[in-house]
Design a protein around this ligand. Structure first.
Ligand code: AMP
Ligand code: ZN
Length: 152
């Protein structure tokens, strides 16, 4: 089933873990020891590609730092070939990180979506509604909280 939402996701019924295991087919375009990339089964544009860590981690922040670096290295490696194969001038590169943010498959994955002039789509900014009106003090507090929360 495509894009099914899991109530209690675990590795046994994770569709991307099944792709990694070879139990369900994929149009794989790249694979190394820790990452894999394959075409999205319901593409938003020709060449729409997903990059995943092979091990099951639900959210970006759950991926161990070293593997997260590997995932980004694969994204970096794939963007140009994906764009070139699609004849695209640009791409949207993004994670839906968590169910509230629209993540349907609970195995972290980065979308590489080729973009074209006048493709009818819009920037990531367009998915948000009214922007918050934040004062300088609030911005300072948020920046401090984020900086304090960063671990080495
Ligand atoms: P997201 O909403 O960020 O979780 O995106 C999940 C993506 O996975 C969607 O774009 C789906 O089209 C894609 N998808 C779901 N099942 C498969 C599958 N078996 N093979 C490839 N892509 C899939
Ligand atoms: Zn998984």
């Amino acid at each position: 089933m495509i894009c099914e939402r899991f109530d209690r996701p675990d590795m046994d019924d994770c569709i991307f873990c099944q792709i990694v295991a070879g139990d369900i087919p994929s149009r794989t375009v790249y694979e190394d020891a820790t990452t894999m990339a394959f075409l999205d089964a319901n593409p938003l544009a020709p060449g729409h590609t997903l990059v995943i860590p092979k091990d099951h981690h639900e959210h970006v922040q759950d991926i161990p730092a070293g593997v997260a670096g590997d995932v980004f290295a694969t994204v970096h490696r794939l963007v140009a070939p994906v764009q070139d194969a699609a004849g695209a001038e640009a791409s949207t590169v993004a994670f839906n990180n968590g169910e509230v943010a629209g993540q349907e498959v609970p195995h972290a994955h980065c979308h590489i979506i080729p973009r074209f002039t006048e493709d009818g789509s819009a920037p990531i900014h367009s998915i948000f509604g009214e922007r918050p009106d934040l004062g300088d003090d609030e911005l300072d507090d948020i920046a401090d909280d984020i900086a304090d929360g960063v671990s080495d």
